[in-house]
Design a binder for this molecule. Structure first.
Ligand code: CLF
Ligand code: SF4
Length: 493
């Protein structure tokens, strides 16, 4: 099993001290340059529907994984940020072409993953085309899987054009989570994003195309909300085109019953061959995205932990185990064994109770401080809600804001290349990590060598492994309180 929180690690002791000792006894001994919205916030029935969904619950993404199966290659619109040779940019990182699957192949893949990845809780169909336009294959896949693994959550992502035609079937099939990508509510803005749509057996262009798309998206959203389906709206932030406008989109989707709004940065690169990539349209900077998210505060709830995953992603958000489950590695005959997932859920349920208590203690620690300081703290984590990853192995950092009023998840930052691969560090790569950590005050990780720690210090960033294996909130509150004052007895053991 790959690196994230494992069944073995959770089944064993979960005390931070024991984990630290285990790290000391394990292989990676780097110390130098060359080495290596929670249950209290919503009604219980709503929490029950999202608590295991890694995208709909920020808390769940520490514990649960999703997988996508690329069974729906056809699409009924053209987005200027998409090149059909690549994965769907609505829900995936443009890059390599997906391995497209038939429903039967997808079924075998899901069962294989469910047997080997205990964290799996959601099956999503997110392209590489549109899950509803390619509905026959989406439906066949979900039917096969739901029969074999009844407790898996079914989730789809769509551009919304075909959505109103399928709402009844979505309800009948118990598809409880639907994402609609809505980039505008003003069709004039839509003309800069969508060159054409295919609707009612005809291709439409210009303003009328965007008008039809807009009306269908709004209608689909309202129909789903009326039926009680949890709708997440994804919006691609395109500077100069819809960035300011997304505030209006946020208000409009909230008014129509969207559960979450996920504002994602445009990924644009000439190498992807998209219209925006080829015409030099840039994506937003970290700070621009954060400013827009702040400006939307008070509107529809925002998702901030999206990883813009591929249409064939497998694993916890932020990891991609897809290469372990390519078709050539999937058996012809599969049989589902529910025991691993069942055991994992029992362990996670216990772990989560501890985590909730730890969060409450962290809030109490921060309450004791009396400071106006707000700092960004980056955390290296492999999942489980803990500071449990070596600095040099972090492919991304989760960024939190710490202040006397609490610990707030801000988002994640991807590192182009992890600093330490296989036991040695590269100065050039540390430079890219430093760039990734721009604006961050403190880095918390399970282990860091003296040299990178020194280089970070020279860049004004404090990096420490003193809180290794603590819950993230516990570590952040202790770290903040150490800096800005706290009573000695509140210190974390
Ligand atoms: Fe997949 Fe999307 Fe369902 Fe999640 S992803 S279909 S809601 S199961 Fe999640 Fe990936 Fe972001 Fe999508 S992190 S791109 S929001
Ligand atoms: Fe590409 Fe998805 Fe847009 Fe279709 S809806 S053009 S697949 S990004």
């Amino acid at each position: 099993m790959a690196s994230f929180v494992s069944l073995d690690s959770l089944s064993g002791t979960t005390s931070a001290d024991a984990m630290r000792q285990a790290l000391g006894a394990s292989g990676c001994q780097s110390s130098s340059c060359g080495s290596s919205g929670g249950p209290g916030d919503m009604p219980a029935d709503l929490w029950a529907r999202i608590k295991d969904h890694p995208c709909y619950s920020e808390e769940a993404h520490h514990y649960f994984a999703r997988m996508h199966v690329a069974v729906a290659p056809a699409c009924n619109i053209q987005c200027n940020y998409c090149n059909r040779k690549y994965d769907c940019a609505n829900e995936s990182r443009p890059g390599v072409v997906s391995e497209k699957l038939t429903p039967d192949q997808a079924f075998r893949k899901v069962v294989t993953v469910a047997n080997e990845v205990p964290q799996l809780s959601v099956l999503g169909i997110a392209g590489p085309g549109d899950a509803l336009y390619d509905w026959r294959k989406t439906k066949a896949t979900f039917e096969l899987v739901a029969r074999e693994i009844p407790d898996i959550k079914l989730c789809i992502s769509t551009n919304g054009l075909a959505l109103p035609d399928h709402v009844d079937e979505l309800v009948d099939m118990n598809i409880d989570h639907v994402t609609i990508t809505i980039n505008m509510i003003d069709p004039m803005i839509g003309t800069k994003i969508y060159p054409w749509i295919f609707y009612d057996h005809k291709r439409w262009t210009g303003l009328v195309a965007s008008q039809i798309l807009h009306e269908r998206q709004m209608l689909g959203l309202e129909m789903l909300a009326e039926r009680g389906i949890l709708v997440k709206v994804n919006s691609v932030m395109i500077p100069g085109i819809n960035d300011e406008h997304l505030k209006e989109v946020n208000a409009a989707v909230k008014a129509r019953g969207a559960f979450l709004h996920n504002i994602m940065p445009l990924i644009s690169d000439p190498a992807h061959g998209t219209h925006f990539g080829l015409t030099g349209q840039r994506g937003p900077k970290h700070a621009e995205l954060m400013a827009l998210q702040e400006a939307c505060a008070g509107g529809a709830n925002l998702m901030r932990h999206c990883r813009q995953c591929r249409a064939d992603a497998v694993g916890l958000l932020g990891e991609d185990r897809g290469q372990e489950f390519t078709l050539d590695q999937i058996p012809e005959e599969v049989a589902y064994d529910p025991s691993v997932r069942t055991t994992y859920r029992e362990v996670v349920a216990r772990e989560r109770q501890d985590h909730v208590a730890a969060k409450q203690e962290a809030t109490a620690v921060l309450d004791e401080t009396d400071s106006a300081a707000r700092i960004l703290i980056a955390v290296a984590t492999r999942g489980g809600g803990r500071v449990n990853q070596h600095f040099g192995h972090a492919k991304e950092f989760q960024v939190y804001e710490a202040s006397a009023s609490g610990v707030r998840f801000i988002g994640h930052r991807k590192v182009e290349d992890a600093y330490c691969e296989g036991g040695f560090g590269e100065d050039a790569t540390l430079d890219s990590v430093l760039k990734t950590l721009e604006g961050v005050d403190t880095v918390l990780c399970a282990k860091i060598g003296d040299c990178p720690q020194g280089q970070l210090k020279s860049a004004g960033i404090t990096a420490t492994d003193a809180f290794a294996f603590e819950y993230i909130e516990t570590a952040i509150s202790a770290c903040y309180a150490d800096r800005y004052g706290r009573p000695v007895q509140a210190q974390v053991a």
